[in-house]
Design a protein around this ligand. Structure first.
Ligand code: FE2
Length: 266
């Protein structure tokens, strides 16, 4: 199976790039299933029902999220109606939405998508290393599941690498999000799990992690800014990875980073 995963959609620039290029990327690479982190797609802060529907219409199958999920108030009512929109599974007990789910591709293969969030340099949630074990008590790669994808939305490289090794051999891929910069470490871990610390964002890289520079530069200098945080609006680079799995085991055969359009495009 070939799965396309794209990093955090940063505001309108990211959405526009997906609208114009996603179908083309899917056709060119014969993609079976597409997962995109959408937690910054509404002006950098959260996601709305309308934006979810727009992103699905561009060709996305499942939307993962992270710390900004609840920024748009309406989403806490909507998320229970949309099984393709995931929250981090280790968010506190009682929050709405699914943290993982199983989907079918057009070729009738089963893929599980798991969304987790880190605890280092972030607001603290349930321990993702312990919480994820609940899923593996009931589900297993290779029998009922042809592919297991994990989006680990976290700040610290160490925590992400640790999760990669924690799940090595039990899932097809662990790819990080949230840092918004693609890391140059795509590889297959010793027991067959594809890994990249951060996928990078789908956003305008002439920015500070997708945001217009001025208010952020002001903040770093201790100056009260005249402008508010808002996403940079020039052409986005679409960043992510394509992962190909072995048919029999569900483990990774190949992981290939992609950077398309904008200033990082190759
Ligand atoms: Fe984030």
């Amino acid at each position: 199976m070939k799965v396309l995963f794209l990093g955090d959609i940063m505001g309108r620039a990211g959405r526009a790039a997906l609208q114009s290029k996603l179908r083309n990327i899917q056709e060119k690479n014969q993609i079976d299933f597409t997962i995109i982190n959408g937690e910054n797609s509404a002006g950098g802060f959260g996601i709305t029902e309308k934006i979810c529907k727009d992103i699905y219409s561009y060709g996305c199958d499942v939307i993962t999220t992270g710390n900004h999920l609840w920024d748009q108030k309406e989403i806490s009512d909507y998320i229970d109606k949309d099984n393709n929109l995931l929250k981090p599974y280790n968010f506190p007990e009682g929050t709405p939405g699914l943290g993982f789910n199983i989907y079918q591709t057009k070729k009738n293969e089963n893929i599980m998508v798991i969304n987790l969030i880190g605890n280092v340099f972030m607001k603290s949630d349930d321990n993702p290393f312990i919480k994820v074990e609940e899923i593996f008590r009931k589900h297993r790669l290779g029998s009922e599941l042809n592919f297991i994808f994990v989006d680990f939305h976290a700040e610290a490289t160490s925590e992400k690498m640790a999760m990669g090794h924690h799940l090595d051999g039990r899932v097809t891929a662990v790819v990080g999000t949230h840092q918004h910069i693609p890391t140059a470490d795509a590889h297959i871990l010793p027991n067959g799990t594809a890994y990249q610390t951060d996928s990078g964002m789908c956003g305008d890289y002439n920015s500070i992690i997708g945001m217009n520079k001025e208010p952020i530069l002001d903040r770093f200098q201790g100056i009260k800014s005249k402008s508010r945080f808002s996403p940079a609006m020039d052409e986005a680079t679409i960043c992510g990875v394509i992962i190909e799995s072995e048919n029999d085991t569900g483990l990774a055969k190949k992981i290939e980073p992609i950077k398309i359009g904008g200033i990082l495009g190759v």
